[in-house]
Ligand binder design. Structure first.
Ligand code: SF4
Ligand code: SF4
Length: 90
């Protein structure tokens, strides 16, 4: 699974940057074509939800998705063969 932010929905409120226990969301710096500064994902493969949800067959954290007022955060299936090696951080 891969975490994505839908730039057409995000309003740049940065609520997601405050709740993620892994600091995967960081404040963006550039305005997009809608004049919104969308957060940047810092190594989203560190997300427990991405890494382990298939194994447990359920959502594990998902706090970012729950708090997003615009339903801009979701996960998509990754193309086979693109998985990256993950170093677990404590
Ligand atoms: S919480 Fe949702 S709308 Fe707000 S910055 Fe994050 S992705 Fe965008
Ligand atoms: S699901 Fe949890 S760990 Fe993953 S990006 Fe969202 S808040 Fe962070």
């Amino acid at each position: 699974m891969k975490l994505i932010i839908d730039e057409t929905r995000c309003k740049g409120c940065n609520l997601c940057t405050t709740v993620c226990p892994y600091s995967i969301f960081t404040e963006g710096k550039k305005l997009n074509e809608r004049g919104i500064v969308v957060p940047v994902l810092d190594r989203p493969q560190r997300c427990t939800n991405c890494r382990l949800r298939n194994l447990y067959n359920r959502q594990l954290c998902g706090v970012c998705q729950l708090i997003c007022p615009d339903q801009a955060i979701s996960w998509v299936e990754e193309t086979e063969g693109l998985t990256e090696k993950v170093v677990i951080e404590y």
